[in-house]
Write a protein that binds this ligand. Structure first.
Ligand SMILES: [Fe+2]
Length: 276
């Protein structure tokens, strides 16, 4: 499958100030993590994911196309908790504070006894219950395996800063990805059972669990589960010097994961075009 123009590369071409900031960070002359995150990385994520959403076009998908996206997107959810636990172990001796943040995310995602069950269990059961859709055991397509492979390497990195940056990318896109996924399951619901939104009860619970500020699962004041994950990771990049993290290495991890995810989406868009 040929690779089309990267959305990240196109963004950097159109936004020279961000291209320069990235270049300076990688060369060690820009060391202000707050400037990097808030002026450059956040706007880039927002723009790239708005473009991805338009390329997917959730409202125009056929049942077959929507099912393909739902199945492929479910694979990351399947391994998410295991990745978080490995990342925790990889950084534990170097940066206990980062390990603590990743472990908190792991417990939320993997299911803490007495609290909300593992998210993948909730999600895959909700798909069965609301849409009669089986994703458990789905064998991932090549592009999904490509993303899993990049993620696996990141969580096993010998560079804790690269893990901080890689996870900032992973969590930084999580709200946008969850919103796209909700639009896709809504579309699948409409074309198959004539229902969407809060009428798909179990899925609605799952999405609100991640996106609502006042959901019972939200444990950090005033923030949804996903927003707390994003801000939790962003903190380590903004205050990289305090945590003895190397901002250039963090940016390396960030770009490897963001570009990997972007490429994954673009390949899924191409795959969807071949499905009736
Ligand atoms: Fe989750």
């Amino acid at each position: 499958m040929s690779t089309s123009t990267s959305l990240v590369d196109a963004y950097l071409k159109a936004n020279p100030e961000t291209r320069i900031a990235i270049s300076r960070t990688l060369q060690g002359s820009l060391t202000d993590g707050t400037v990097l995150v808030d002026r450059h990385l956040k706007p880039m994520i927002d723009t790239v994911y708005a473009q991805i959403r338009d390329l997917v076009g959730p409202g125009q998908l056929t049942a077959g196309q929507a099912r393909m996206y739902i199945s492929e997107l479910s694979v990351f959810a399947r391994y998410n908790a295991a990745y978080l636990r490995q990342a925790t172990a990889s950084v534990a001796s170097f940066c206990p504070a980062l390990a603590h943040e990743l472990y908190r995310n792991f417990l939320e995602e993997g299911g803490e006894p007495g609290k909300v069950p593992a998210h993948y269990v909730l999600y895959s059961a909700a798909l069965l219950s609301d849409l009669d859709l089986l994703v458990v055991g789905h064998v991932p397509a090549a592009e999904t395996l490509m993303l899993m492979s990049l993620h696996e390497r990141m969580v096993n990195s010998h560079q804790p800063s690269a893990i901080a940056g890689g996870y900032y990318a992973t969590e930084g896109v999580a709200i946008a990805e969850t919103e796209i996924l909700r639009e896709i399951t809504d579309q699948y619901g409409e074309v198959t059972v004539g229902m969407s939104g809060s009428k798909l009860e179990k899925l609605d619970f799952y999405y609100r669990l991640h996106l609502d500020d006042d959901h019972e699962a939200a444990q950090v004041g005033g923030m949804s589960v996903e927003a707390a994950h994003i801000e939790g990771l962003a903190h380590f990049l903004r205050k990289s010097e305090l945590f003895h993290l190397d901002l250039a290495q963090a940016l390396t991890g960030f770009l490897e994961i963001l570009k990997g995810m972007e490429e994954w989406w673009l390949r899924l868009v191409r795959r969807a075009k071949d499905i009736a």
